[in-house]
Design a protein around this ligand. Structure first.
Ligand code: FE
Ligand code: ZN
Length: 496
C-alpha cells in the first residue's frame, strides 16, 4: 500500500525536533551544565522555532549542489590561469590577509557552533547550529583550495596556519574567537550569530566579493558567492536566538544588551582591516569603507535591526556614535600604520598611487585633504624613516596596536585608556575595549598579547621572529618592490 507523502513540517519534526529526548540516566541539568551559567532564562525550550526548517536530507542535497558548482568553476579558473586576468596582483595582498585570518576564523566558528549545538537545550537551535558548524567547515575547505592555487605563484600564502596562530596581526581575530569560545553558550551565540553573521558578514562576502569580481579575481568571487549562500540560514539562526532570549523573560534584557554592546564593538574593531582592503589594497575600488559602513551597518543594523528591537527595551550598542564618526578615518589610520611595518608583515603594504589618491579624495572629502593626504606626504621627505622600530603596545581587549584616535580628534591624538586590576595596569585603545575588560578582568587579563610574549621570550629569539611566524624574506617588503609585482607584470606580458 502506498504511503501518504509527509508534509515539510511533519518531515522536519520527525527528522530534527523529535530526535530530542528526555534523559533518564542523568538529570537535564547534568546533561546541559551551562544553561544557567549566564543568567539567561528560557521558560519553554520548545517555543523556539527554526524558521528555516531544513532537514538533513534537503541540507545535504542543497549543499552538494553548491559544492559541485563551486568546484567546477574553481578548477576551470585554475586551469585557465585565471589569476592573470586580475587588474593587478596587488589585490592578492587582501587575499593574504584573508587567508591568515578568515581560515582560522571559519574553523573556529565551526568549533563554536559545535559547542552551541552541544550546550543549548533547544532542538531548533541545536539543529541549526549543527548545520552551521558543517557550513563553516565547508567554508574553510573551499578557502584552503582557493589559496592553494595562489600559493603556486605568489608569496605569503605558504604558511597561513602558522601566521594564524603566531603572527601579531592575526592575534586580533584569533582572540575574538577565543573570547567567544570561552564564553557561555548564549554569549557565544550572540558573538558569532549576531556580531559576525547578522551585523558584519556582508562587508566580508558581499562588499569584498564585489570588489574581487571588479578586480577580475573570479576565484574569491566564487568563494564569496558560495559562502554567502549559507548566510541567510546563519542570520536566521542569529535572529531566532536573539528574539528568543529577548522575548522569553524581561530579566534577559540587560544581559542580552551587554552581549550586544560587547560583540558589536569587538566585531567592529576586528573589521577595521576590511576598511584597509576596500580603500587601499583593491586596485579597482567599488565601494569605500565609509559607504559600506553606511549601507550595511548604519542603515541595516543600527537604524534597521536596532529600531525593531527598541520595543523590547534594547537600545543601540554602546559607542555606536563613535563607530559612525570613525568611518571617515580608520581605514587611513590602518593603512598608514601598516605602511610603516613592511618588515614584520607577511603581505606587502604600499603607499597609495596617484590614482588611489584621486579616489580617496573623492570618497573622503571631509578628511582626505585636511588630514590623511598630509600624513602620506610626510613619507616623501627623504629624512623620514619609514620603518617603525620596536614593538607596538597593543590593546588588551582587541589586540590592535594602539593606533586609534581619540573620538573627535582624528589624526592628531592617539586614544589611550588604562585600568588597574590586582596592582597591574592594562592598556586599551578605546572606551569600548576598556569597558569589556572592566566587566571581566579575570578573563581578559589572560589574553596572549604578541608583544608581551615576544619580550618574555616565548616566541624564540627576538631577532628570529620571522622564523617563528613562518615568514620567508620575500613575504614582506613594499608591494611595488616585490617579486609578486614583478612576476605578475612579466607573466601578463607573456600571456598577451
Ligand atoms: Fe563561514
Ligand atoms: Zn581595543
Amino acid at each position: 500500500m502506498a504511503k501518504k507523502k509527509r508534509g515539510l513540517k511533519e518531515e522536519y519534526n520527525l527528522l530534527t525536533r523529535d530526535l530530542d529526548w528526555d534523559p533518564t540516566f542523568v538529570t537535564r541539568e547534568e546533561m546541559y551544565p551551562y544553561t544557567d551559567f549566564e543568567g539567561i532564562k528560557i521558560h519553554n525550550w520548545n517555543n523556539l522555532e527554526d524558521p528555516f526548517r531544513v532537514t538533513v536530507e534537503s541540507y545535504v542535497r542543497i549543499q552538494g549542489e553548491k559544492e559541485r558548482k563551486f568546484h567546477a568553476i574553481r578548477e576551470n579558473i585554475d586551469l585557465l590561469q585565471g589569476q592573470l586576468d586580475m587588474t593587478d596582483a596587488r589585490w592578492l595582498e587582501a587575499m593574504k590577509i584573508f587567508s591568515s585570518v578568515a581560515l582560522n576564523g571559519e574553523y573556529n566558528a565551526h568549533r563554536l557552533f559545535q559547542f552551541i549545538a552541544r550546550h543549548v537545550p533547544s532542538p531548533a537551535i541545536r539543529f541549526a547550529a549543527i548545520t552551521q558548524s558543517v557550513d563553516e567547515l565547508r567554508h574553510v575547505q573551499n578557502e584552503v583550495l582557493l589559496f592553494n592555487n595562489y600559493n603556486k605563484y605568489y608569496q605569503g600564502f605558504h604558511d597561513w596556519k602558522n601566521y594564524a596562530h603566531r603572527h601579531w596581526l592575526t592575534s586580533v581575530v584569533k582572540s575574538f574567537f577565543e573570547d567567544a569560545q570561552s564564553a557561555g553558550p548564549f554569549e557565544a551565540l550572540v558573538a558569532i550569530a549576531f556580531g559576525f553573521e547578522v551585523a558584519f558578514t556582508n562587508l566580508l562576502f558581499v562588499t569584498m566579493g564585489a570588489t574581487a569580481v571588479a578586480n577580475r579575481d573570479q576565484s574569491y568571487g566564487a568563494v564569496s558567492f558560495t559562502t554567502q549562500s549559507d548566510e541567510s540560514r546563519h542570520m536566521t539562526l542569529g535572529m531566532m536566538a536573539l528574539r528568543a532570549m529577548i522575548e522569553e523573560d524581561p530579566d534577559n534584557i540587560p544581559i542580552v544588551q551587554k552581549f550586544l554592546d560587547k560583540w558589536f564593538w569587538k566585531a567592529y574593531r576586528a573589521f577595521t582591516v576590511v576598511g584597509y582592503i576596500l580603500d587601499y589594497i583593491a586596485p579597482k575600488k567599488v565601494m569605500s569603507w565609509k559607504e559600506a559602513y553606511e549601507m550595511y551597518i548604519e542603515d541595516q543594523v543600527l537604524n534597521g535591526l536596532f529600531k525593531d528591537l527598541e520595543v523590547y527595551g534594547i537600545r543601540k550598542p554602546k559607542y555606536w556614535e563613535q563607530t559612525v564618526q570613525e568611518k571617515e578615518h580608520n581605514s587611513h589610520i590602518a593603512a598608514l600604520v601598516l605602511y610603516r611595518l613592511p618588515h614584520v608583515l607577511y603581505f606587502h603594504p604600499f603607499a597609495p598611487t596617484e590614482e588611489d589618491k584621486k579616489w580617496l579624495a573623492e570618497k573622503y572629502p571631509e578628511s582626505w585633504e585636511n588630514i590623511w593626504s598630509k600624513k602620506w606626504e610626510a613619507f616623501e621627505d627623504p629624512n623620514f624613516d619609514r620603518l617603525y622600530p620596536g614593538l607596538p603596545m597593543v590593546c588588551q581587549t582587541c589586540q590592535y596596536p594602539m593606533f586609534f584616535d581619540e573620538p573627535g580628534q582624528p589624526g592628531f591624538n592617539t586614544a589611550f585608556r588604562t585600568s588597574e586590576h590586582e596592582g597591574e595596569v592594562y592598556h586599551f585603545c578605546s572606551d569600548g575595549c576598556k569597558d569589556i575588560f572592566d566587566d571581566e578582568p579575570d578573563k581578559i587579563k589572560q589574553a596572549w598579547l604578541p608583544p608581551h610574549e615576544i619580550f618574555k621570550g616565548t616566541c624564540g629569539p627576538a631577532e628570529d621572529l620571522a622564523n617563528y611566524w613562518g615568514m620567508e624574506p620575500e613575504d614582506g617588503g613594499d608591494y611595488y618592490e616585490s617579486v609578486d609585482h614583478q612576476n605578475f607584470e612579466k607573466w601578463k606580458k607573456v600571456r598577451a
